[in-house]
Design a protein around this ligand. Structure first.
Ligand code: NAP
Length: 331
């Protein structure tokens, strides 16, 4: 009897040790729900100067499968990342039913014409081997034709195309990325569907308190890209302000919770109400980045983390500086 009990206990402990982590979900303003963290799949934030590399072999497919096995239920991609095909393949081979996974993809800048939006999404869906995405975002407010000249299509026209994609059931929710407050407000004021989400850079160096407060007031979910900012030495430019991953204040907080500094970084973003999109192709890091839902920072710790906000952008956008719809401050 005793040995049976011990073996039952062993199976229970063993199973739980391997149980996947389920991230909480946030409500969207259109009635949907979005998981509180996603795996990022842009391969351009690398040490080769942010060129856009193609995936090597099946590395993204494998990362997506690892992520889903670990318990992620949200994957972020975009047409321009050239990773949609592997994201779709990763979902397939994971065995996790499609309807349990939240897929975000984005409309590229050369498809801003109202009539171009639905065909562009159909192409993304073909890449993904899916018949709908959960969230479709306008990637940038800056339209640009394939020949590099600027497309000045009014974003309200693009937004009407996005609404059509939603009406057709090709996207369950629609939103924006890299729009500033005035640009979002224009969409809100037009009396059209309200954007459900905004994807912007958010990390310790760029905490965007005003834009976050605005989105909170508008009930627009915020997804934070490049969530690690300049935390890692091999990614940080010389000009990037502190902290790095060996910052003593961060290490002390991490030690207290038996977590790593990247986990403290992600947990802080979650507590700011942001959905972080950490990208990794490394199994251990993918798993680690999800394991942030079993502790809470104190107000004092949040204050320490808040102090690193220097309004510094890790992902510079020189490309469209003179575009009339360029969304950021020009330094
Ligand atoms: P990021 O997620 O902040 O950083 C990715 C880098 O951090 C990778 O080199 C990764 O290395 C490393 N890393 C991840 N977890 C780690 C850990 N626990 N410890 C140590 N290193 C770790 O940067 P990002 O890729 O720029 O942003 C994330 C996602 O946001 C993108 O992939 C994309 O989906 C989205 N995004 C959107 C936009 C937009 O315009 N909407 C712009 C940029 C990014 P390994 O892969 O080698 O593990």
């Amino acid at each position: 009897m005793a040995s049976k009990l011990i073996s039952v206990l062993f199976v229970f402990i063993f199973c739980n040790a391997n149980a996947s982590i389920q991230a909480p979900k946030l409500k969207l303003n259109d009635g949907g729900e979005i998981p509180a963290i996603a795996l990022g799949t842009w391969l351009g934030n690398n040490t080769q100067g942010r060129i856009q590399p193609s995936a090597q072999g099946t590395e993204v497919e494998v990362a997506v499968r690892w992520a889903l096995e670990a318990g992620y239920r949200h994957i972020d991609t975009a047409w321009v990342y050239k990773t949609e095909r592997q994201v779709g393949q990763g979902v397939k081979v994971s065995g996790v039913p499609r309807e349990e996974v939240f897929i975000t993809t984005k409309l590229w800048n050369d498809q801003h014409a109202r009539d171009a939006v639905v065909p562009a999404l159909r192409e993304s869906l073909k890449n993904l081997q899916m018949d709908y995405v959960d969230l479709f975002l306008i990637h940038w407010p800056c339209g640009q034709f394939a020949n590099q000249s600027y497309d000045l299509t009014d974003s309200l026209e693009t937004w009407r195309g996005m609404m059509e994609a939603k009406r057709l059931g090709l996207a369950k929710s629609i939103g924006l990325s890299n729009f500033n407050q005035q640009q979002i407000q224009r969409v809100v004021d037009a009396g059209l569907d309200k954007p459900a989400a905004l994807q912007i850079e958010v990390n310790l160096n760029l905490q965007q308190p005003e834009l976050l407060a605005y989105c909170r007031a508008q009930d627009i979910a915020v997804m934070g890209y490049t969530p690690f900012g300049s935390l890692f030495y091999n990614k940080a430019s010389k000009a990037a302000p502190a902290p790095r991953s060996d910052d003593p204040a961060l290490v002390a907080i991490a030690d207290k919770y038996n977590k790593t500094v990247p986990q403290i970084n992600l947990r802080y973003l979650v507590e700011l109400g942001v959905i972080p999109l950490p990208k990794s192709l490394t199994k251990k890091r993918i798993e680690q980045n999800l394991d942030i839902f079993d502790f809470q920072l104190t107000a004092e710790e949040r204050k320490t983390l808040q102090s690193f906000d220097k309004g510094y952008r890790t992902i510079p956008q020189h490309k469209w500086l003179d575009h009339p719809y360029y969304p950021f401050e020009k330094n």
